[in-house]
Design a protein around this ligand. Structure first.
Ligand code: ADP
Ligand code: MG
Length: 159
């Protein structure tokens, strides 16, 4: 049955578990999704993107880590993928300079760490992924759809 549930959450107890959740999500993505990752330093945003990369079949050689200095990295998996880390973003001009608009091409998966920096620049439909540290190895992961839910959302919340 169709539900109106827009938020799904889980607690994980290891980086592997967080990556496994992300991998499962990555397998459902169809392209065009914007994933806004929000959480403090060490919350597990990069760990989550590394799991996504597996689900998106990004070759293992393309070692995925935070593009802390370049701000943006592009990968080819079964879909094109942009990975952004906006920790060091100085202003909106820089966002334009790195080609933020071009990422929103409707075909690529866009995963953004420190997406709180994107206020006013997010598209109307996106997926917010909040990670919270609850202890050395415990993380609460909350996934919410903002705007129109993607086609696979129902599958995800029923899994
Ligand atoms: P961020 O990108 O949010 O700054 P990282 O993914 O780089 O965070 O780092 C998360 C750190 O927390 C890693 O050192 C990882 O090993 C550790 N960690 C411990 N438990 C977990 C967990 N359940 N999920 C994700 N990371 C965890
Ligand atoms: Mg990171």
């Amino acid at each position: 049955m169709e539900t109106k549930q827009t938020t799904w959450s889980i607690s994980t107890h290891s980086p592997q578990e967080t990556a496994a959740v992300a991998e499962a999500l990555g397998r459902l993505l169809r392209g065009g999704e914007v994933l806004a990752l929000i959480g403090d330093l060490g919350a597990g945003k990069t760990c989550f993107v590394q799991g996504l990369a597996v689900g998106l079949e990004i070759p293992e050689e393309a070692y995925v880590r935070s593009p802390t200095f370049s701000l943006i990295e592009q990968y080819e998996g079964r879909l094109p993928v942009y990975h952004l880390d906006l920790y060091r973003l100085s202003d909106a001009d820089e966002l334009e300079a790195i080609g933020w608009r071009d990422c929103l091409d409707g075909a690529s998966v866009v995963a953004v760490e420190w997406a709180d920096q994107l206020q006013g620049y997010l598209p109307s439909d996106y997926i917010a992924i909040r990670l919270r540290s609850k202890g050395p190895e415990e993380r609460e992961i909350q996934i919410s759809v903002c705007g129109k839910p993607p086609s696979w959302w129902q599958t995800w919340i029923e899994r």
